[in-house]
Design a protein around this ligand. Sequence first.
Ligand SMILES: *[C@@H]1O[C@H](CO)[C@@H](O)[C@H](O)[C@H]1NC(C)=O
Ligand SMILES: *[C@@H]1O[C@H](CO)[C@@H](O)[C@H](O)[C@H]1NC(C)=O
Ligand SMILES: *[C@@H]1O[C@H](CO)[C@@H](O)[C@H](O)[C@H]1NC(C)=O
Ligand SMILES: *[C@@H]1O[C@H](CO)[C@@H](O)[C@H](O)[C@H]1NC(C)=O
Length: 508
Amino acid sequence: MKGLWIFVIVNILAISKGRKNVLFIVMDDLRPQLGAYNGPYFPGSGQSLMHTPNIDGLASKSLLLKRAYVQQALCSPSRASFMTGRRPDTTHVYDLYTYFRSVGGNFTTIPQYFKSKGYETAGMGKIYHPGVDSNNNDPLSWSMPYLRGDHNWEDKNHSWKGIPDSLLKDRPLIDKQIADHAINTLQHLAPAAKSGHKPFFLAVGFYRPHLPFVFPQSFIHNYPWSDVHVPDNQFAPRSMPTIAWTHSNELWSYQDIKDTKFTGDINTTLPHATVIKLRRAYYTSVSWVDSLIGNVLAELSRLGLDSNTVVSFVGDHGWKLGEHGAWAKHTNFNVDTHAPMMVKIPGMTDKGIVSEKLTEFVDLFPTLVEAAGVSPVPLCPENSATVSVCHEGQSLIPLIKNPNIAWKNASFSQYPRRHSHHDIMGYTITTDRYRYTEWVRFNKPTYKPDWNTVVDAELYDHQVDPNENINKVHYHSQSNIKMQLSQQLRAGWRDTLPSSAISHGFGR
Ligand SMILES: *[C@@H]1O[C@H](CO)[C@@H](O)[C@H](O)[C@H]1NC(C)=O
Ligand SMILES: *[C@@H]1O[C@H](CO)[C@@H](O)[C@H](O)[C@H]1NC(C)=O
Ligand SMILES: *[C@@H]1O[C@H](CO)[C@@H](O)[C@H](O)[C@H]1NC(C)=O
Ligand SMILES: *[C@@H]1O[C@H](CO)[C@@H](O)[C@H](O)[C@H]1NC(C)=O
């Protein structure tokens, strides 16, 4: 009898608290070349939209952040950053080998926080970068067993491949396994979530459009050959410092690309037909995952959960599809740091809200916590190595209530390099009009920049040069703006936060 009463009281508390479930969807390597992003901040010029009806449909009921920037354009550093809500200089993760809990601190991640608040937390596919750099998908994050999925049909000989649909029934592609598992897990979680007994945090990470672009053959019909174009800037920016460059090694690791003799050197390109084939295969991979996302969202709705579930959708960074003659990520170019981000909050974003304010992926943690109605997470102090629960972003909820609110006027990203046996960090800010980067000596033991040793710098004026084809950092006419941007970059993200972010409470 006593047990029953406790059960009833817990139940009432859960319901009266009105905590929402969270469906947390991550896509890999997704550039915001989506219907919902059509307009001034669309990546690449002269490019067509991808066919993504399900993501666009989700965007139409979400807060859509048109100018969201990742903190580093590489899977593991970006994911370690947004999953902990802390920036790379706090997580100390800049590569694909380092685990944040071993080097940054024992930080509470987004799912781990929800787990600590009584949520069932389930993960599948690629949420963290899988491997040693996440201790195999960060076991502390999940209350249920993790499903990783099998990389059927993928090999190092083919950068892309269409598989006849009939062959996929017995050996499904990895993202199909993940979507099916998401649907089964939703069915399993639904009763307790609907009764208010146990809300869930369900993280679904899709692998495509990461290389190799392997997809069911039927999906390529969305992209007739004549609709796919090469980018109009297959060259490096004028006056670009070489330290800004990477050799597209990720693409180059596939045998079919090696066979073209592509080196990835500055101002070389792949054969025209290869560029088209790769772009088409990337687009097709995106449409394939879009259809799987449609299946998962349909099940959420069929189970009657969509009115009480926050849906968050992000890519982990952008991707060059031949822009500047380069491929993949690994740089501070806008096309790599700019990525899709949207949050659907039932009752708040139903009509769709588009924001062009500058936002950052570290904003996700405080946003999801506030959207779901669990207790808030504080802004991190200057040194947060021993603080388990905090974040270095800003909740995006105020943008829903007042789209014109005073907001941060820059996003911060970074990318490390080795140069003449030294560690260098390319610190970047993106403002309303400019992208400014300083490549400076980086002190690995202390994780601090040496601003007195600037190796090189870049300045792009997006108003006249949205594709970043001319580095104007040495233009005399730009010296004032360069000085201002340098000051803001060096002052850091904390000085860019508007006071509303620091004082923003929850009012309940
Ligand atoms: C990290 O923190 C979690 C609780 O948040 C704890 O269970 C775990 O033991 C900690 N790990 C280390 C290595 O301190
Ligand atoms: C890749 O190509 C090589 C050389 O043609 C071949 O020996 C190897 O079996 C291929 N691997 C796969 C996984 O197809
Ligand atoms: C690459 O080509 C562009 C466009 O022609 C040119 O402005 C730039 O200086 C070239 N870069 C190098 C390093 O040759
Ligand atoms: C951006 O915000 C910072 C910090 O509030 C301020 O110092 C700076 O003047 C602003 N820059 C612009 C261009 O508004």
